[in-house]
Design a protein around this ligand. Sequence first.
Ligand code: FMN
Length: 198
Amino acid sequence: MERFTKLDDFQRQAWNLLFRATIEHSSAMRTPALATMDDRGIPRVRTVVLRKSETEKRSLYYFTDIRSDKCRELKHQPRASALFWDPRRHIQLRCTGQIDIHHGDDEAAVFWRDISKHGRKAYATEHAPGTPLGQYATGLPDNWSEQDLAATESYQDNFALLVHRIESMDALHLERDGHQRAEFHWESNQWRSNWVVP
Ligand SMILES: Cc1cc2nc3c(=O)[nH]c(=O)nc-3n(C[C@H](O)[C@H](O)[C@H](O)COP(=O)(O)O)c2cc1C
């Protein structure tokens, strides 16, 4: 990847990579690490799948189980940070902003409709993610394999759409002749950007 000479080009490429990650399943950027803060101020981080990105809305979309720890943490502290790394283009992105949880509303329903039975498995466990088990178990209902897609509708109750509205982005480009790093902040309805020391 060539060096960026303009901040605008760097930012355009960053959002372009976030968009491509949602359509190229082999993209490493498809599985960012999402960091939240628990109620004791301790950071918690986990891998999620980037389902959609919208440059105009500065938004990144993830799916999760409403019963998960991350949702509890987001209700307490809605600001979160997502970390992306593209090993082919040597670009790291740190995207920070507020996450809105959509649960049982029209926005969540639009995404739920298109999730296959295989995908719905993530929301079909009888108990909340992280519940201790006396012995090994998948947590799925005993008759899971016999259920057809229509029978999995009730698991929508556990499904949540997370919409991450990006307020700041830190972009780093590793380059043989010298790294490049820039910050982009959304302020007064526009992006303000500057180069920073890598
Ligand atoms: C490759 C990969 C993709 C994952 N995608 C998601 C995802 O899209 N949503 C999700 O809630 N958990 C996903 N997980 C599981 C989370 O990393 C995590 O284990 C789980 O959500 C529980 O996190 P929590 O207890 O912090 O809420 C994924 C894990 C891996 C390894």
